[in-house]
Design a protein around this ligand. Sequence first.
Ligand SMILES: [Zn+2]
Ligand SMILES: [Zn+2]
Length: 149
Amino acid sequence: MDGPAENDFCSVCHGNFNVPCQANCSHWFCGNCILLVWRHGSTFQPCKCPLCRRQITLLVPTQASVSDRHNPSVANTLQQLETYNRLFGGRTNGLIQRMQDLPFLLRRLLRELVDPQRSLPLVIRARVYITVKSLRNHASNFGSILYLS
Ligand SMILES: [Zn+2]
Ligand SMILES: [Zn+2]
């Protein structure tokens, strides 16, 4: 079944689903609602499901929302959901993906640095460090391949 149950409603806004997406705990939310819940806490940590408190590591939009991508506000929500999944999806990201994430991570890092209200979790500093380090390793591997050949 692609989509929430017919009589179901978003537990965040208590309304009908707008760009519905399903979390890995199987609960459904409006895309924007669950993104709001996420931003309410630290940007660099996955949010917890408001219903079952499980950590959300994946937000999957319905096929219907994906095919509604020509609508700019839907496209915007989908893009943020993708970013969320990339950050917390737990799968090993490809190098290209990591390079794409890096500007986002650094931007958020800066924003959290200038905003003393927000805490800066160590985990995100580590994440940026690992990304930069893996890029550098990759470059040096490339260098040694060139050297050997
Ligand atoms: Zn909602
Ligand atoms: Zn849940």
